[in-house]
Design a binder for this molecule. Structure first.
Ligand code: ADP
Ligand code: MG
Length: 403
């Protein structure tokens, strides 16, 4: 990691302006269903308090699109943070303006103020220099601990750091950001072999870039999830009523050709669990690849695929998993994902570095009670994908380099 962190700078008596990613999932009543993104910033916050700094937090929540949306206020998140920290968390009703400015001035060492949802201002996502200038007044030091938002050049993730840097203020990574960069960085820089990447899920077009970048770097790529049907279609096989977008097939064909030309070990499912519909009481059966019935949908990888993939994973020294193997939220289609998560847990036990990237894959591991048996579960969905595509994340690029 070539970026400075909070461990590299003087913090006593300073006000730290810190970007966090508290964009947590909630249920229909607005209750937080997974607070990992909040909890994972606690070590950074504790370090800052212990170093004698006061903290001003910037966060976004949902997609208010530059408007004040009352349901997207950070009240519940502020309350939750206060409970976790067991210390008073102040909340400003806006992220800029007179009230916020006055509250920032009052932040003492050990104090913490959470500014209101950054995305209530259109200037946030537009990376408006005027908004960045205003935010830059709020701290002596800029810290970015929002790995999950680092792939966006927004006012609070990039613009403000640019301004503070020009003012001679340190701009560094928080401990969560540093951990993410360290673990994910190990995948791209000299990973221990065999190195296996498992790619699944539903966002095929988002993940093609990752496959492209990883193809030459990994020893084996294992494909599952709805992504597999793009490859089935590319081979001219029927996909029935499976989740499939025809525009993905040509990209899949191109990747398969590349893998064949270069002799890469690129594996597709040998069999599938197909169903008459997407429901708990669906009628299911197992079919070999190439024979998905016209009136059925592929919902999971089948047992022959599980056996093949598990053996590869358990033999690996480095494993990246992004994207569930099937529609794991529905019981009859959860077996493949569960088996793969279990194989990863076994690989960890054997001494492999195992990393999960992707929000739904992380949720699957958690649902199966296997999260803590992985080396690292990334908090960044889109950000981890862009990182693995080899793209430089703007929120990381702007931070001070180590010398
Ligand atoms: P991640 O968030 O881990 O990157 P994605 O967002 O790409 O993963 O995809 C996750 C979703 O993919 C899950 O909700 C899962 O139900 C769905 N999925 C996986 N396989 C299938 C399939 N065969 N048919 C329909 N949906 C699928
Ligand atoms: Mg997802």
């Amino acid at each position: 990691m070539n970026k400075k962190t909070i461990r590299d700078i003087e913090l006593a008596g300073k006000t730290v302006l810190m970007r966090v990613d508290y964009n947590v999932p909630v249920d229909e009543n607005g209750a937080i269903t997974d607070d990992a993104r909040i909890r994972e910033t606690l070590p950074t916050l504790q370090y800052l308090f212990d170093s004698g700094a006061g903290v001003v937090l910037m966060a976004h929540y949902g997609r208010p699109k530059g408007q004040v949306v009352p349901e997207l206020r950070l009240g519940a998140i502020s309350q939750h943070l206060q409970n976790l920290l067991q210390r008073d968390v102040q909340s400003a009703s806006d992220s800029t303006g007179l009230e916020a400015t006055a509250m920032v001035k009052n932040v003492a060492p050990g104090g913490v103020l959470l500014l209101e949802n950054m995305r209530f201002h259109a200037g946030e996502e537009a990376n408006d220099p005027a908004l960045a200038q205003e935010l830059a007044q709020f701290g002596d030091v800029y810290v970015n601990d929002a790995f999950g938002a680092a792939h966006r050049a927004h006012a609070s993730t990039e613009g403000v750091a640019r301004v503070m840097k020009a003012q001679g203020k340190p701009c560094v990574a928080g401990l969560l950001m540093a951990r993410e960069l360290e673990f994910l960085g190990q995948l791209l820089e000299d990973p221990k072999r065999p190195f296996v990447a498992i790619l699944g899920g539903v966002k095929v077009s988002d993940k093609i870039g990752v496959i492209r970048n990883l193809l030459g770097k990994v020893d084996t790529i294992l494909v599952g999830g709805a992504m597999a049907y793009a490859f089935e279609a590319a081979k001219g096989n029927p996909v029935g009523t499976s989740y499939f977008k025809s525009e993905d097939a040509p990209i899949a064909a191109e990747l398969m050709q590349l893998a064949t030309e270069k002799g890469y070990d690129f594996r597709l499912p040998k069999d599938f669990v197909v169903a008459d519909r997407d429901a708990e009481d669906a009628t299911t059966k197992i079919v070999p690849a190439g024979s998905i019935p016209a009136d059925m949908m592929g919902m999971d990888i089948g047992p022959a695929t599980v056996a093949d993939y598990s053996a590869v994973i358990e033999n690996a020294q480095t494993v990246l998993w992004n994207g569930p193997m099937g529609r794991f939220e529905v019981t009859p289609f959860s077996q493949g994902t569960k088996a793969i998560a279990t194989a990863l847990a076994r690989a960890t036990e054997n001494g492999a570095l195992t990393i999960i990237g992707g929000g739904d894959s992380a949720a699957a591991a958690k649902q199966m009670g296997l999260s803590d048996q992985m080396s690292h579960v990334s908090t960044g969905g889109g950000a981890s994908l862009e990182f693995l595509e080899g793209v430089e994340l703007p929120g990381v690029a702007i931070l001070d380099d180590t010398v």
